[in-house]
Ligand binder design. Structure first.
Ligand SMILES: Nc1ncnc2c1ncn2[C@@H]1O[C@H](COP(=O)(O)OP(=O)(O)OP(=O)(O)O)[C@@H](O)[C@H]1O
Ligand SMILES: [Mg+2]
Length: 399
């Protein structure tokens, strides 16, 4: 099971406690550990249930609630407290924060505000308590943007196969968003035809909630979930940056890993994807036009202090005849190559044509072995210096 954030709430009023409970029950990364209707009992409740976060609603009795916050904050200082009120009473907010609440939320609580507040909280249990590679904060999936340095370089192949590989891990839930809005083919690569696409999400952005979002994704037999690009080309324009931001923020709370298969147009949506990613996998091949574009992209991305440190270069189809060596490529790019995926045309074409990812179609193929290594490195299961650039046994490279 996913490593979840265990929450305890106290609110004597059914009218506000129930909607909050329902909101929490819709979030996969959250577990409602305890629900209490009396301020007097809540301290004992958290002593017994040991939650990760306590939510205290102020409005039933502000004085009692603030006293409770003070008691919890002083006696269980490692337990973060969220205070909730719908009264817009500045004095009460101030008192709650001074008494030890870490965050304040306005009632009725909005899902994204809740998720943002939870994401800001420090974790209570020690880091070693979680599986390796578990996101630092449980309501924040790791987001990988996969972007290419020219058409056909292998972005979709890397995104789909990395996603399907990560989805095999126990406790991981992985989703892929096809942001190559006009010409994407992640749905073909997974042989999936969902009822909904990104355009449905954009059209319903104002009433977007977890239940709707989960219905919008279709699940592949490998475990990987997909949100496909719009079917009609003219619908691509429906999807704007703010939609994407909202979508990614919500999906972050329901999945442990998100993959974004970006287009090659550097559109505002692509840039939003790059900004929201924790890691940018820049896929290239050992040819002049691809490497020249890597240099151009690195110049642009490198000027942005937020993006530059996230970029990792993945060279695809290594072994394909080329007079540019990996060493030369590193010199040209001015940055070490993070990962290499070998040229494996037969299995790649079969896998794509059958709509079956490599982990199912050819789990022992050299391309899948490399993707497994990439997934393990991203999960923190392997040291980066064990990356295949040091391994000569994997496949032949021209360096
Ligand atoms: N490592 C590999 N070995 C052999 N063939 C590969 C490899 N990676 C990808 N290919 C092949 O290259 C072609 C293009 O791959 P893919 O569609 O993944 O690239 P892309 O960058 O997403 O392309 P587009 O610009 O159309 O989005 C596909 O036919 C795929 O099977
Ligand atoms: Mg593609």
């Amino acid at each position: 099971m996913r490593d979840v954030l265990r929450i305890a709430i106290v609110d004597p009023s059914d009218a506000t406690r129930e909607p909050l409970r329902n909101l929490l029950l819709g979030v996969d990364s959250v577990w409602l550990e305890a629900e209490c209707a009396r301020y007097e009992f809540f301290f004992d409740v958290i002593r017994q249930s040991v939650p990760d976060v306590a939510i205290v609603c102020l409005d039933a009795d502000q004085a009692k609630a603030i006293q409770l916050i003070g008691q919890v904050a002083s006696q269980v200082p490692e337990l973060p407290i969220l205070a909730v009120s719908g009264r817009n009473d500045g004095q009460a907010i101030l008192q709650a924060l001074r008494s030890g609440a870490r965050e304040f939320l306005t009632s009725p609580v909005q899902l994204e505000e809740l998720l943002t507040a939870l994401a800001r909280l420090p974790r209570r249990r020690p880091a070693g308590d979680s599986a390796p590679g578990t996101p630092f904060n449980k309501v924040n999936a790791q987001v990988y943007a996969v972007v290419g340095s020219r058409g056909g370089v292998g972005c979709t192949s890397v995104a789909v196969n990395l996603g399907a590989t990560l989805a095999q891990e126990r406790g991981y839930s992985v989703a892929l968003i096809d942001l190559d809005l006009a010409l994407g083919d992640a749905d073909v690569a997974l042989d999936l035809m969902g009822d909904y696409t990104l355009s449905d999400v954009a059209l319903n952005i104002d009433r977007l909630d977890m239940a709707f979002l989960k219905r919008s994704l279709c699940q592949h037999a490998s475990g990987l979930s997909l949100l496909p690009h719009p079917v009609q080309m003219e619908d691509c324009q429906l999807i704007r940056e703010e939609h994407l931001q909202r979508l990614i923020n919500l999906l972050r709370a329901s999945y442990t890993h998100l993959l974004l298969d970006l287009s090659k147009s550097f559109s505002p949506n692509d840039v939003t994807g790059l900004r929201m990613a924790d890691t940018i996998l820049l896929v290239a091949q050992l040819d002049l036009s691809s490497l020249r574009n890597v240099v151009r992209m690195m110049l642009t991305l490198g000027n942005d202090p937020e993006l530059a440190p996230k970029v990792q270069i993945v060279i695809n189809r290594v072994g394909l005849e080329s007079d540019i060596t990996l060493k030369k490529a590193e010199e040209i790019i001015g940055k070490p190559i993070y990962w290499q995926v070998p040229n494996d045309p037969k299995v790649m074409i079969e896998s794509r044509n059958n709509g079956v990812p490599l982990i199912q179609h050819a789990p022992k193929s050299k391309a899948q072995q490399s993707i497994t290594g990439l997934a393990q490195t991203l999960m923190g299961k392997k040291q980066q210096d064990a990356a295949p650039r040091a391994k000569k046994w994997f496949w032949q490279t021209s360096s």
